[in-house]
Design a binder for this molecule. Structure first.
Ligand code: TXA
Ligand code: MG
Length: 337
C-alpha cells in the first residue's frame, strides 16, 4: 500500500471520508499528537487499528467528535460538572470518560463500562471530523510503545506502507497527549495527566482527584494505558533525577569512553554543563518542554546510542504530564500485567 501525506483540502478530506466509510484508517493531526483514525461504529475498522498499531487488546481507545456533534448519540449520563468542563476547556486537550451506552463498537472500550470522548481543537481535526460526522477512534499514531508523533513525517516513519493517507496539519503545538479525566463519579478524576492540569479542572468544578493505580491489587485498573511501557525511543535511555546532574555527566563520559555516541536531553538551564556532548534542549518553560519532548526523543534515536536524560526542576502543572511521559520513555523496565 502506498502511504500519501496530503495537506488538508476539500479533496483530501473527501478522500479521507471515503477511506473511513470503507472501514479504513486515516492519520489525522490534533493539537496534542497525531491520531490513527477509524470509524468507532465499525467493528472491523476498530479491529484494524489495534492490528496496525500493534496495540494490546485491553487498552481502550478514545472516540473523537467535532464540536457540533450531538453527544447524546454516544453517551447518556452527563453530570453538570462534565458540562462545565466541556464549556471551560473544549474543544481542547481534555478527554472525558463517561459511562458507556453500547452505541460504538464494543472493541473501543475493551470491556470497560466506560467510553472516553475527546473534542480536539485543531482546525484540521475539526474539518476531518465534520466531514465524516462520525465518532472516530484515534489512538496516537505511533507503533505501540514507540514515541508519539507530533508531525506527519513521524506518522510516516511508523506506518509507511500500512495506511493509505496521512492528513498533514503541521506540527502539533501541544506535544503531549490529552488529559484523560473520569467523569463517572461525584468528582472528576484525572487518569492520565496532560496539558489541562488537575488544578485547572479543580478551579472550574471545585474538586478534582488524581488516580494512582494500585499495582498490588488484582482489580482491573481504570485506565489500562498507565500500565504499559510507552513513548520509548529506539536507543538506550538512562534517566537521572534533577539533583543527579554530576552523576549524569560522569555517566556520559564513561559511555563515550566505551565508544558509544551519547546525547543529553535536558532543560535549557543546565545545558551548558554538558557542552562536550550533543544536547537536545527541552526549553525553559513547561509549554516548550511539552511541545518538544516527543520530537526530541525521535531525534535522539536517530543520532545516538545512549540518551542521557536529566529530569527538569519544575514538577507541577503541565510538568506532571511531561514527567509522566519522560519517565515512561526512559525507564528500562517493561511494566506489563
Ligand atoms: O491527545 C490524545 O488523547 C491523542 C490524540 C490522537 O487525540 N490520543 C491518544 O490516544 O493519546 P491513546 O490511545 O494513545 O491513549 C488513550 C489513553 C490510554 O491511556 C487509554 O488507556 C485511555 O486513554 N483510555 C481510553 N479509553 C478509556 C476508558 N474508557 N477509560 C479509561 N481510560 C481510557
Ligand atoms: Mg498513545
Amino acid at each position: 500500500m502506498k502511504t500519501e501525506i496530503k495537506p488538508i483540502t476539500s479533496d483530501s478530506l473527501s478522500e479521507a471520508k471515503t477511506i473511513i466509510l470503507n472501514g479504513g484508517v486515516v492519520a489525522m493531526p490534533t493539537e496534542t499528537v497525531y491520531g490513527l483514525g477509524g470509524n468507532a461504529l465499525d467493528d472491523e475498522a476498530v479491529k484494524r487499528i489495534f492490528e496496525v498499531k500493534g496495540r494490546p487488546s485491553d487498552n481502550p481507545l478514545i472516540a473523537h467528535v467535532h464540536s457540533g456533534y450531538d453527544l447524546t448519540k454516544i453517551i447518556d449520563y452527563d453530570p453538570p460538572y462534565a458540562k462545565a468542563l466541556r464549556e471551560a476547556f473544549l474543544p481542547g486537550p481534555l478527554t472525558l470518560v463517561y459511562p458507556s451506552t453500547g452505541k460504538v463498537s464494543p472493541r473501543v472500550s475493551c470491556g470497560l463500562q466506560t467510553l472516553a470522548v475527546r473534542i480536539p481543537a485543531h482546525a484540521g481535526a475539526q474539518a476531518f471530523l465534520k466531514e465524516v460526522d462520525l465518532p472516530i477512534v484515534a489512538p496516537s499514531a505511533n507503533l505501540s510503545k514507540h514515541v508519539s508523533p507530533t508531525s506527519a513525517m513521524h506518522v510516516f516513519e511508523d506506518f509507511e506502507g500500512k495506511i493509505p493517507l496521512i492528513l498533514d496539519g503541521g506540527e502539533s503545538i501541544g506535544g503531549i497527549e490529552s488529559t484523560v479525566c473520569d467523569v463517572t463519579g461525584d468528582v472528576p478524576v484525572v487518569l492520565r495527566p496532560g496539558l489541562i492540569t488537575r488544578e485547572q479542572i479543580a478551579a472550574v468544578v471545585g474538586d478534582c482527584k488524581e488516580y494512582t493505580p494500585d499495582f498490588t491489587k488484582k482489580e482491573r485498573v481504570k485506565s489500562p494505558g498507565v500500565l504499559y511501557k510507552h513513548y520509548s525511543p529506539r536507543c538506550a535511555t538512562v534517566l537521572f533525577a534533577t539533583e543527579e546532574r554530576d552523576k549524569a555527566l560522569s555517566y556520559c563520559i564513561a559511555e563515550q569512553a566505551k565508544g558509544k555516541t551519547v546525547a543529553v536531553l535536558c532543560e535549557d538551564g543546565i545545558a551548558d554543563g554538558f557542552a562536550d556532548f550533543t544536547v537536545l534542549r527541552l526549553g525553559g518553560t513547561e509549554t516548550e518542554m511539552a511541545n518538544r519532548l516527543y520530537s526530541l526523543l525521535r531525534e535522539a534515536e536517530k543520532i545516538c546510542d545512549v540518551l542521557v536524560t536529566v529530569e527538569p526542576r519544575a514538577k507541577e502543572g503541565v510538568m506532571v504530564g511531561v514527567l509522566n511521559r519522560l519517565r515512561k520513555a526512559c525507564t528500562s523496565v517493561d511494566i506489563q500485567h
